[in-house]
Design a protein around this ligand. Structure first.
Ligand code: CP
Length: 524
């Protein structure tokens, strides 16, 4: 097998491929599709290596994704394994990690294609299988997310973007697209947030009733990506204005992911996001409809009557699933990629300078002599929750004591700062002379912007200013609050919890991208 920058890769979300890598995939797809349609040679795409095993592990139903991958794998003449999920040890509560570790050892190199109800599974596998491959000196398997709950569906995104490019004659200067349907639960529209970045100018019209609206996280990301976005709560309202897109991307009501209240309103929701015959005269000439399919028979957002009209772009779109997935396997199988000369994805490096040693002004600090025992030798944590309301500061003090297990002689309180009159918390810990690194990290996560002073003979020897870390991870006291996330404690997978701070001070789960406030990440 050829070892390239594409082998051993994990595609959990579309952003796992750089824009150059995505464009390379689209160029190769065009070459393969043209060659196939014109009966030309396609050998240059074929992996042709029986040492490579592709495993299709579908833990949620699928027709298109699964069958297009099955056909893509057959094209490549590699070992095809269709995992029998219904009779597997998953039913005996076997962990994902155990299952995939075992499968990894059955081929010289594996490509896993995984669909699951749980979100973030492939990100977790990337971590657990990299440990296995290091331990047993095995090549890291490639891992492809074939749709995980309501999170993302990157290979659908690839085929969608390829289809839009094809419609635009491969000109990626601009796109104006309407996304219509259940934008809240539909993973294919979430993937558009990053997938559409291959176009230089992007205008997106979001059409959904408020209960099914695009989550704030994805809308914010679209704005950060420079997209011009406008929202409408029904097709009727959308067509009442003048700037109507010619590309309409529908997604169905995701009934299987809705709560009971939303299910009761399904027919009402369907009315505002389904195309009706009376709209025909109002859409611009040359409009095309796209849909990841399948349509729901009861609530088809695109009526079956449009199938034999020029509006139908979805049949060709579905066909592109075969070509794009064939090229993806060719890249991840080491056959394509040697002629790639763009930028690969960069690994994000997290800054570790959130604990900052600052100069300790050599003087006694009268405000530290508080409580029952003035601090002569010990630690004082100052500026806890400075500027917050008194209740929040008490909560932070309580959390520091609890999480850092500070059941020792000590005192604490909430005070008014001498300097600016703002409230702050102070916790004094006489006789405790040092904090371990893990404790410092925890303190940074619980009480960012506090200061930690080490005092000897009533003089501050060292002073640390503590900032919010860019990642908060691997503490027992935190967990993702999305019940469908692979790292949620209910699933007992033991995936290490990890949150990444966003530019607007929220915390997203590394696995499922659920947004949490700072308070929500804690279990206390
Ligand atoms: N579009 C899509 O993912 O369809 P399947 O559920 O049939 O795979």
């Amino acid at each position: 097998m050829n070892d390239t920058k594409f082998t051993g890769r994990c595609l959990s979300v579309i952003n796992d491929l750089s824009l150059d890598e995505q464009m390379y995939l689209y160029r190769k797809t065009k070459e393969l599709k043209d060659a196939t349609i014109n009966g030309k040679k396609t050998d240059q795409f074929i992996v042709n290596d029986k040492n490579i095993g592709a495993y299709l592990v579908f833990l949620e139903s699928s027709t298109r994704t699964k069958e297009s991958f099955v056909n893509a794998i057959k094209f490549h003449n590699i070992k095809t394994n269709i995992f029998d999920a219904a009779h597997s040890s998953f039913n005996k509560k076997e962990s994902y990690s155990d299952t995939f570790k075992m499968l990894t050892t059955y081929s010289k190199y594996s490509i896993f294609i995984v669909r699951s109800k749980l979100e973030g599974v492939t990100r977790w596998l990337k971590y657990s299988l990299s440990q296995l491959s290091e331990r047993l000196d095995l090549p890291m398997p490639a891992i492809i997310n074939a749709g995980d709950g309501k999170h993302e569906h990157p290979t659908q995104e690839i085929l969608d973007e390829y289809t839009f490019l094809e419609k635009n004659n491969f000109n990626n200067n601009e796109i104006h697209i309407a996304l219509i349907g259940d934008l809240n639960h539909g993973r294919t529209v979430h993937s558009k947030t990053d997938g559409l970045k291959i176009f230089k100018n992007v205008k997106v019209d979001l059409i959904a009733p408020s209960k099914l609206a695009m989550p704030e996280y994805y809308k914010n990301k679209m704005k950060q990506n420079g997209f011009d976005i406008t929202e409408y709560d029904s097709i009727e309202k959308y067509l009442a204005q003048k700037k109507v897109a010619k590309l309409w991307y529908f997604t169905r009501l995701q009934l299987e992911r809705m709560g009971e209240d939303d299910l009761k309103n399904a027919s009402v929701f369907a009315k505002s996001i389904s195309f009706r015959n009376e709209f025909f005269d109002k859409i611009p000439e040359g409009t095309k409809f796209y849909h990841p399919l399948p349509r729901n028979r009861e609530y088809p957002t695109i009526p079956f009557s449009t199938d034999n009209t020029t509006l139908n772009g979805y049949d060709e779109q579905a066909m592109n699933g075969y070509y794009t997935r064939t090229v993806l396997i060719s890249m991840f199988g080491g056959q394509l990629g040697k002629d790639f000369n763009g930028n690969h994805n960069k690994t994000i490096k997290h800054s570790s300078d959130f604990i900052e040693e600052v100069s300790a002004i050599n003087k006694t600090k009268p405000e530290y002599k508080i409580g029952t025992k003035p601090v002569i030798d010990g630690i004082v944590i100052d500026h806890i929750g400075k500027g917050e309301n008194i209740e929040t500061i008490w909560e932070q003090i309580h959390n520091i004591r609890k999480i850092l297990n500070l059941n020792i002689v000590s005192s604490h309180g909430v005070y008014k700062s001498h300097k600016d009159g703002k409230f702050k918390g102070v916790l004094s810990l006489p006789d405790l002379m040092q904090f371990k690194e893990l404790q410092m990290k925890k303190l940074a996560a619980i009480a960012p912007e506090s200061t930690l002073n080490i005092i000897k003979n009533s003089v501050v020897q060292n002073k640390f200013r503590i900032h919010m870390p860019p990642r908060i991870y691997d503490f027992q006291e935190i967990s993702c609050k999305n019940p469908n996330c692979i790292s949620h404690p209910n699933h007992h997978e033991k995936a290490l919890t990890e949150f990444h701070k966003t530019s607007d001070n929220k915390f997203i789960c590394k696995y499922c991208d659920k947004v949490h406030t700072f308070k929500e990440i804690w279990n206390i």
